[in-house]
Ligand binder design. Structure first.
Ligand code: FE2
Length: 378
């Protein structure tokens, strides 16, 4: 262990060193059917700027990849260029979906060794990538479904994204919507698998269990699910894991698993400091959100107390509010962003609250059930 890596280790409350120090989310890579058109959607609708590209023009003959950025959030949209590419199999099975949850680390070799030693299934051995902007070391391990965690060490690199990518800018004016960073990424796993994956994050990645929601916390008249939230040492990375629970009708998690054909990322929550501006802009640009009936707002004041936002504005934009003992939060879920009812985004503004909107679960799930009803999948 070098003195440098030692100083970077974080001490957890128990006083033991974190064997997997993580600086934050490096990027999220989605495999999509048409990266060029998806990149336009995320630029025009969500206000991400194009910053880098790999494809035929850069000498990449297997896939095309667009790197989009807004504040600290980096999305990578990748599509195969040939029938032989392994990306096709992923697309055929899952449709558009998240392949990589990449974590920014100071030592990608050690991250790989420590997690593999604890039982992680290797996906990419530590590899040094170089170009004239320096070098990046990447490695990766498998998590639920066909999703992987890439460890990205980029302290000796100053290029646009990774070696092999060239800088590329949007060819029209991009207006950001105030998205700042990834708040949490949620995985859906098969019935009975939630505890297995919680254990994976605890034992293999050194995460801690933060919160448990059982089917009494998350149920409506018809459907139910269970969820546990794990978080890394410094709390920058939060991964809730959902599994379906028995209800009278098919839960949204089962619907996801049916259409995704297995476990995968359900939603990515992105934080804003001004949800009223963010959601107004997203709606104006055509992003679709879940609908919650006006009656949700009838007892809002009794439920959450005083908030800084105007309730009529929140009602007009259909923004939800919840309070915990540290403060409150405002949140809203998009509808799925592809034709299969799988991946969607959450927009969240935290005003002190560190929780996940438990008070909104029922309203949200009833809203999802209305969508399921329309899809014939309830
Ligand atoms: Fe969420």
């Amino acid at each position: 262990m070098t003195p440098l890596s030692h100083t970077l280790q974080q001490e957890n409350p128990a006083g033991t060193a974190d064997f997997l120090p993580i600086n934050g989310t490096d990027h999220i890579e989605l495999y999509v059917g048409n990266a060029k058109q998806s990149a336009y959607y995320y630029q025009a609708a969500f206000g991400y700027k194009l910053v880098a590209y790999a494809g035929l023009e850069t000498g990449q003959k297997e896939f095309a990849s667009y790197v989009l950025q807004q504040d600290k959030i980096r999305l990578v949209l990748t599509t195969p260029l040939t029938p032989e590419s392994g990306i096709n199999q992923h697309l055929m099975q899952h449709g558009d979906g998240v392949k990589v949850l990449a974590l920014w680390v100071d030592d990608a070799r050690r991250s790989f060794e420590e997690t593999v030693k604890r039982g992680a299934k290797p996906a990419i051995e530590p590899t040094v990538l170089r170009d004239n902007h320096g070098e990046v070391i990447i490695s990766a391990i498998h998590t639920y479904g066909q999703t992987i965690h890439k460890f990205v060490e980029r302290k000796n690199y100053n290029g646009a994204f990774l070696p092999g990518y060239q800088p590329k800018s949007s060819n029209f004016e991009i207006k950001p919507v105030g998205l700042k960073y990834i708040d949490h990424c949620v995985g859906n796993v098969e019935l009975g698998d939630m505890n297995k994956w919680v254990q994976f994050y605890e034992e293999v990645m050194g995460f801690k269990l933060l919160i448990t929601f059982d089917d009494h916390d998350i149920s409506t008249e018809y459907t139910a699910l269970m969820s546990k939230v794990v978080s890394n040492g410094n709390g920058y990375i939060k991964f809730p894991i959902n599994e379906p629970a028995k209800g009278r009708k098919k839960s949204q998690i089962e619907e996801y698993i049916d259409f995704y054909h297995g476990a995968g990322v359900q939603h990515i929550a992105v934080a804003t400091d001004d949800i009223i501006f963010t959601v107004s802009e997203l709606r104006r640009r055509g992003v679709e959100f879940l609908y919650v009936p006006d009656t949700y707002y009838d007892d809002l004041f009794e439920r959450v107390g005083t908030i800084n936002e105007d309730v009529e504005t929140l009602k007009k934009l259909n923004i939800l509010v919840d309070r915990d003992n540290e403060g409150y939060l405002l949140q809203l879920f998009t509808k799925p962003v592809q034709d299969r009812p799988t991946v969607f985004f959450e927009i969240i503004q935290r005003c002190g609250a560190k929780s996940f909107g438990k008070g909104n679960f029922k309203a949200l799930f009833e809203s999802i059930e209305r969508e399921q009803e329309l899809r014939g999948t309830l």
